[in-house]
Write a protein that binds this ligand. Structure first.
Ligand SMILES: [Zn+2]
Ligand SMILES: [Zn+2]
Length: 372
């Protein structure tokens, strides 16, 4: 039986077994002991609270060991518990899978997301690392390219667990400009062209993040601290940054963020639908991470953050209002002392006393309704 690659996701390994033995994923999961004979496909899906990808109990790992000889630690490294102490809080190492599902979803991660490097897919027979489902991996340093969140031809996005990256091709459709008819896109995933990574700042950041995610146990405290601070400042950038703050970025990052900025103007307060607020597209989030890194790893994070917008003065200036409301309702989690002045300033009460009300959890106003 093929053993998992060192960084491989459980779903990738199961899909590889499916291909090798010519069965579907549910059958492959039962055969290798990942699930019991009466379990259905939900137990091996990417984003169901019942899925074993969020953590396995002792019975689960014992069953897999009996069926495959794999040691429990190797099995658990394929699940989200792999990132305990780095991309996820330490508690996921021992918590139940259903609890971890909630923790993953509240840790700046959508477990259904997937981005990929086509050349890596080609070299690895379509097998993919779990880290490709986190926002912390946006580029492949081995091939010096950005990961693709979907097909570059028809823009159809991919979702973890829904596609066969090893053997599959895009399921989107394209309109033939000459014949004016719609035809299947069908570009094989491994043949897709990924934009080149040239930006030294994002290259350095990806190098640092790869190091954080590669740390198994125990992770140094600085790993979790840096990731929490980066997530908070990326959120700040999502509301306040403009293309002017991306000097030196690669064109693909700049253009996608410029398109996002045109759709939701920072100057008039960036009123985004929940989808774009919680899960902005990969290049937009990468742009925000780029800005965040310049704040978090600056000698003076306070001054670096203030270059985005004056979030400290009261009454609030228009671009800051929605950020203020958002953080009052859901403050950034686990940020460190280096950001405390920034977080306090953004969340400080307005002249109408909104901050004081919100800190007691009674602020029920919808975005845009605050008379600042
Ligand atoms: Zn690659
Ligand atoms: Zn396509």
């Amino acid at each position: 039986m093929p053993v998992p690659l060192p960084d491989e996701s459980l779903l990738s390994w199961l899909d590889h077994l499916s291909t090798v033995y010519g069965v579907n994923r549910t059958i492959a999961a039962q055969a290798c002991g990942a699930t019991r004979s009466h379990d259905n496909g939900v137990r091996v899906s990417a984003s169901s609270a019942q899925s074993v990808v969020f953590g396995m109990g002792d019975d689960d790992v014992r069953r897999i060991r009996a069926a495959t000889g794999l040691m429990p630690a190797a099995v658990r490294r394929m699940t989200w518990t792999r990132f305990a102490g780095s991309a996820l809080p330490e508690k996921v190492r021992t918590a139940a899978g259903a609890d971890n599902y909630r923790t993953v979803k509240s840790s700046w991660i959508d477990p259904g997301e997937l981005r990929f490097c086509p050349q890596c897919l080609d070299e690895r027979g379509g097998r993919w690392p779990l880290a490709w489902s986190t926002p912390w991996v946006f580029a492949c340093l081995r091939h010096q390219c950005y990961l693709l969140p979907g097909c570059p031809v028809c823009r159809r996005t991919v979702r973890a667990g829904e596609i066969d990256l090893a053997n599959g091709a895009c399921r989107g459709s394209v309109r033939d400009p000459v014949r004016r008819e719609v035809r299947p896109c069908a570009v094989p995933y491994r043949d897709m062209a990924a934009p080149l990574l040239r930006d030294p700042l994002l290259t350095n950041l990806q190098e640092r993040l790869d190091g954080y995610l590669a740390d198994l146990e125990p992770c140094p405290d600085t790993t979790r601290a840096d990731l929490s601070d980066l997530a908070a400042m990326a959120d700040l950038a999502l509301f306040l940054a403009t293309p002017d703050h991306l000097s030196g970025a690669d064109l693909v990052v700049l253009e996608r963020f410029a398109a996002f900025s045109r759709r939701y103007s920072a100057a008039s307060g960036r009123l985004m639908p929940r989808k774009d607020r919680d899960a902005p597209e990969m290049f937009v989030r990468t742009a925000c991470l780029r800005v965040a890194a310049q704040v978090v790893f600056s000698k003076d994070p306070w001054s670096a953050a203030l270059e985005l917008a004056d979030f400290a003065s009261r009454p609030l200036i228009r671009p800051v209002r929605l950020l203020h409301q958002s953080w009052i309702k859901r403050p950034p989690q686990n940020t460190t002392a280096r950001l405390s002045r920034i977080v306090s300033a953004v969340c400080a009460p307005t002249s109408t006393g909104e901050g004081r009300k919100a800190s007691t959890g009674v602020d029920q106003r919808a975005p845009g309704q605050t008379p600042c």
